[in-house]
Design a protein. Structure first.
Length: 93
């Protein structure tokens, strides 16, 4: 599981917790093994990527200029903004 934790100095960090139940030879509970991995850098990078994607989408969708993304390997249209759909008269789908 991923959780946000507080350090002693009140600064927070993200952690990945993994708990494993160890059983004895008879199948009964013997012990838990728990690992905690600091994933703050990963979570910060993930958040920056999400924010960047949201800004890109906002610019792409709301731009009055015709914008089309084409796969250069086969010429297929990958995406087009509403201005392109309106200009060319095609349904966005």
């Amino acid at each position: 599981m991923e959780i946000k934790l507080l350090k002693y100095d009140k600064n927070s960090f993200y952690a990945h917790l993994e708990a494993i139940c160890i059983k004895d030879n008879n199948g009964y509970f013997k012990e838990f093994k728990i690992s905690v991995t600091d994933i703050t850098e990963f979570k910060n990078t993930e958040k920056a990527l999400i924010d960047s994607e949201e800004r890109y989408r906002e610019i792409f969708i709301n731009n009055p200029a015709v914008m089309i993304i084409v796969d250069i390997s086969n010429g297929n249209i990958i995406d087009a903004n509403p201005a392109a759909s309106k200009f060319y008269g095609y349904n966005p789908d």
